[in-house]
Ligand binder design. Structure first.
Ligand code: MG
Length: 161
């Protein structure tokens, strides 16, 4: 059986991962509306990954004979001032998710739910990559936005993901 506090916290994390997917999907829609297809492509791939994160926790809960109870997902933001503002928000959202994973990890140690701690290590490593890649794009947008073709070139690059 899965410890009750852990089960509740894991269900909460599923919600956060699905919200992340929803937020990135909303960012993709914003980019498609702006005709930045490469940026939109990157966000769609990211949204799909977030849904996979949710599924990973979902599968773990059932492996441990726990129960999944899906929560309501709030409406994500749908308007931003610039591509830079979008990626700055994606970066700060990833930092928020990292913090949430750390808290979950701490709880798993407190509750001596070591199998959960072990499962969460994958997420801790994944968050290093998630933060690094969103931050890298923020830096690239800043570097390229002063040149006339900058956003166009970056859009092409992100379209390759
Ligand atoms: Mg995630």
């Amino acid at each position: 059986m899965l410890n009750e506090k852990i089960e509740k916290a894991l269900n909460e994390q599923i919600k956060k991962e699905i919200y992340s997917a929803y937020l990135y999907f909303s960012m993709a829609a914003f980019f498609d509306a702006e005709n930045l297809k490469g940026f939109a492509n990157w966000m769609k791939k990211q949204a799909k990954e977030e849904f996979e994160h949710a599924m990973k926790i979902y599968n773990y809960i059932y492996e441990k004979s726990g129960k999944v109870e899906l929560q309501a997902i709030e409406k994500p933001k749908c308007k931003w001032d610039s591509p830079l503002a979008v990626f700055e928000e994606a970066y700060s959202h990833e930092k928020f998710i990292t913090d949430s994973i750390y808290k979950l990890y701490e709880l798993s140690l407190e509750e001596k739910e070591y199998a959960t701690s072990s499962m969460l290590k994958w997420f801790i490593d994944e968050q290093v990559e998630e933060e690094a890649q969103t931050e890298e794009i923020v830096q690239k947008i800043k570097m390229l936005s002063s040149s006339p073709n900058g956003i166009y070139l970056l859009d092409r690059e992100l379209g390759q993901r």
